[in-house]
Design a protein around this ligand. Sequence first.
Ligand SMILES: Nc1ncnc2c1ncn2[C@@H]1O[C@H](COP(=O)(O)OP(=O)(O)OP(=O)(O)O)[C@@H](O)[C@H]1O
Ligand SMILES: [Mg+2]
Length: 481
Amino acid sequence: MESYLLLKNSNLAYLKSIPKTIVLVFNLEERVVETLGKYSKNFPSVNNKQLKDIFSKTSYLEIKKLLENKKEDIIIDWKEYKFEISISKLEKDNLKALFLFDITKYLNIEYSKEQELQAVFDLAANGISILDKKGMFLYANNFFQKMMGYTMEELYKESCISLSSDEYKKPSEMAINAAIKKGNVVNFRKVCISKSGEYMNASMSLSYLEMTDTIVMITSDITDDIKYQEELKKQVELEVSKRTQQYEIMCHQSRLAAMGEMIDSIAHQWRQPLNGLGLMVQGLRHISNEQKIQKEFLIEFEEEMMEKVSYMTHTIDDFSDFFRITKKKEMFDILSNIKDAIRLIDAQLSINKITVCINVKENEDLNILGFSNEFRQVIMNMLSNSMMAIVDNKIKNGFVKINIESLDNKLKIEIFDNGGGIEEKNLPKIFDPYFTTKEKGSGIGLYMSKMIIEHHMKGSLDVKNYKEGTMFCIFLKKKEV
Ligand SMILES: Nc1ncnc2c1ncn2[C@@H]1O[C@H](COP(=O)(O)OP(=O)(O)OP(=O)(O)O)[C@@H](O)[C@H]1O
Ligand SMILES: [Mg+2]
């Protein structure tokens, strides 16, 4: 009869049909007047019993909190199960109902999840710890404990700030505050001190968990990485210094090679005036046999000799000028420097009947900032390569053409010859040090040229074949070098 009345309460009717739920209806004396819900069949009857006799003392105390509206729901142990309990007042006869929902299974799942997580933490090859908002340790996995040399009991008294080296105490505090504010801080690097006093470079990632008001901190020991990087840096520095040394040696070699060419050149340039002077000196004897030497004749004679001597002096000046090392960058005009370079091997060029012509628009600004001697050396290398190609391939009407063009902020210099070009398979190698196809070649001419143009002058030097021969193309920046 009573049950019928209770069932009319729609809430109750609904709740009692939920699986794993028991509804205990009790009166003012806290005595159970009815038990509802199929799930109650698994438990001994509690009808007519008072709540304090049904549950353990601690569970009953919790239930009291429900009765006094101090809590909305509670979790208690009953038999070997765990129940979530809430309370509801019924409309009739000062009756109330306790709704017991069996959550044992869910708690077990949570428990096994916790165990899984624990296993992950303990197996992790990184330090994982949980901190409170002040950075104090609440938990640390085995790895972290080993890494820092502290047991968990000892860690409870420490914070991630106290384990930092002095200069990193403040940044560590800031990292914690930043994690709380922003949610996380990734790869914060600092130096930690282990219990034995060892310094350790560490990288930390911090993440703030709002739900628990705690911070998860992952710590990796990067001391070895840093050592490795430092080692690597040292090796790179060593390698660079070796290369610089090698480069300097090559510079020297290339200068020596150029000097050899220059001596050849001087020999050629001097041959004619020397012959001329020789003949004139011999001629002097014949003239001296004559009674009367006209003054005009002597003056003419003197002028001619002086012209030859000054030509020879000039050649020597060019030569010494070429080998003067410019230490400072200076503004120079590339056209006059190209002309100088041509003049230096003029004699050989004309012996081999090679014409050199320069095409450039009038009034172009051809000034750039850099090392003029180095630039001249590049042009010399190119000219001498072209000349050799023309001579070796016995080309008639050999020529070298130089086009100079001023673009927006660059100068473009194209040098092409009709020496027959470079074998395709050699094209990728011609700028390599010591690559040569010549019996007496050293193979540094083009390597040095590339270094000078690309490294010293920050420009570019490239090569390609065209139908009659080779074309080199140089770009130089006008302003900054
Ligand atoms: N204008 C050109 N025509 C044909 N081949 C060329 C030309 N310029 C360079 N080469 C090729 O590139 C190679 C490398 O030139 P590079 O100037 O570096 O060395 P090299 O002339 O052999 O020796 P050196 O160091 O005495 O100048 C040459 O041996 C040659 O085979
Ligand atoms: Mg060469």
